[in-house]
Design a protein around this ligand. Structure first.
Ligand code: TRP
Length: 462
């Protein structure tokens, strides 16, 4: 244990896991999904999924990790089920793929800090041209990966935990300041209304589906990130209350991101909210225009602050993504941590190059693949998102929960959860898990996996 390192306290673990959860998914993904999903109704469905479906998956991951005290693959071996370690291998593959493109987007955010910091709001006029500038994006991404690798190379308590303990409070402070600022702008109330008052006529299958996928990704589930972090958690800590706090922190910060962004959109649209459904461009195109409109030094400070906070959020997530393969190399192949870190960071950076050049620089990777039932090719980055995020994560989550309740067995899981939590035995949550973990959740995730594959790759509609 001591040679692997560990979190110094429960708070350290919660900060690191919340840092993993809070990322581009919360600040970039969540608001644009809300915008496309019709506003408040999406928020409600999202909240339901976070607690009813995702929290039990999170609890299972942490319990598996803490019980085995091993990485995502080694955990299955250690618990005596070597045949099931393919779940961990799938997780490591997902993590490597996700980090490869995630780092590219984090690089854009870093580039915006530099551009807007030097007063260049025009960067948003030609976002396509910005992302197509492969050389510059490659340099930004390189620095981002360097920062990630440096933190992970410092180990669990003095690298990952310390970074989260510094970055997370800073992030929350910056977000709250931004929320207060955006609420003082004219027409901000129209944005709030869009965000907070549900319109049930907007519900359809796709909204429900996206809310589910968003919840899963945002909570960092389905690839063993929390098996890995759980393996560094002490036996006396309460897994359930930790998982609840991690979920609350993640949901809370996504919620704050909405509170910051929708009033801004209310302001820029004069209250019509017609740009709210702009999709991924919401943050990289719409927002900088707003900061530019604010004008002067205030515009620069607010704009730079926003993209800086996006970078901080992304950094504690890239750290968790890198730690999953690193922990595997350290535990299973006896790598020195530093060597494992630099090797993996290098490989993943290279694997990200197709995602980097697939935004206009290379025709081949920009129009990379055309799925069945569609005539529009998608770029390489979107392809990896569809494979790793949309397909592998629900599949991994389904397998992890199935493993925990049927193979490792519910009583082992229960014993692990009761450790550090005397009130667990006989609690309402235990009753819910008893029914949800073996049947409800694996089934729901299996359905989501199959439907995603059919609809994304074969155009068979939902
Ligand atoms: N949750 C992070 C976000 O919202 C991304 C992330 C980090 C992640 N680690 C993960 C997603 C592990 C899935 C699995 O941006």
């Amino acid at each position: 244990m001591s040679s692997r390192g560990g979190f110094s306290s429960r708070i350290g673990f919660i900060a690191a896991a919340a840092g993993s959860a809070v990322g581009l998914g919360n600040i970039w993904g969540f608001p644009y999904e809300v915008g496309e999903g019709g506003g408040a109704i999406f928020v409600l469905i999202y909240l339901f999924f976070c607690f009813a479906l995702c929290l039990p998956v999170m609890i299972s991951e942490i319990a598996i990790g803490r019980s085995a005290k091993k990485n995502a693959v080694g955990a299955f071996n250690k618990l005596g089920h070597r045949n099931w370690n393919f779940i961990g291998k799938l997780g490591i593959l997902s993590g490597v793929l996700i980090l490869s493109f995630y780092n590219v987007i984090a690089g854009w955010a870093f580039g915006y800090v530099i551009e807007i910091g030097s007063g260049n709001f025009k960067v948003a006029d030609d976002f396509g041209g910005f992302t197509a500038d492969a050389f510059r994006m490659g340099v930004y991404g390189f620095f981002f990966m360097l920062a990630t690798a440096y933190i992970v190379s410092q180990g669990i308590s003095s690298g990952i935990e310390k970074a989260a303990k510094i970055l997370l409070p800073l992030l929350i402070f910056m977000m709250i300041s931004m929320v207060i600022y955006s609420l003082t702008l004219p027409d901000s109330m129209a944005g709030l209304e869009f965000y907070l008052i549900p319109d049930f006529s907007d519900v359809n299958g796709k909204v429900v589906f996206n809310a589910m996928g968003q919840a899963f990704f945002s909570l960092s589930l389905g690839m063993g990130a929390l098996i890995t972090y759980g393996s560094y958690l002490g036996k006396s800590e309460n897994i359930i209350s930790s998982a609840v706090l991690i979920t609350l922190a993640d949901v809370g910060i996504a919620f704050l991101a909405g509170l910051m962004i929708f009033p801004l959109i209310g302001y820029i649209t004069g209250g019509t909210m017609e740009n709210a459904g702009r999709g991924p461009a919401l943050i990289f195109v719409t927002l900088p225009h707003i900061f530019g409109d604010i004008g002067g030094m205030t515009g620069i400070v607010v704009g730079t602050g926003f993209f800086l906070l996006l970078c901080f959020a992304a950094l504690t997530s890239t750290v968790s993504l890198l730690e999953v393969p690193v922990a595997y190399l350290v535990d299973e192949l006896r790598f020195d941590r530093k060597k494992a870190v630099w090797l993996m960071a290098g490989i993943i950076y290279l694997l990200g190059l197709p995602s980097l050049v697939g935004n206009g620089y290379s025709e081949f990777f920009t129009s990379f693949i055309t799925y069945g039932g569609s005539d529009q090719p998608v770029d390489f980055l979107s392809f990896i998102v569809n494979v790793a995020n949309d397909s592998f994560l629900p599949l991994g989550g389904c397998l992890i929960v199935f493993f925990a309740s049927h193979i490792w067995k519910k009583r082992n899981l229960d014993a692990e959860l009761a450790e550090g939590n005397p009130g667990y035995e006989g609690s309402l949550l235990q009753k819910y898990l008893k029914f949800a973990l073996p049947y409800l959740i694996p089934l729901a995730l299996a359905v989501i996996f199959v439907m995603t594959v059919l609809s994304t790759f074969f155009g068979i509609g939902i």
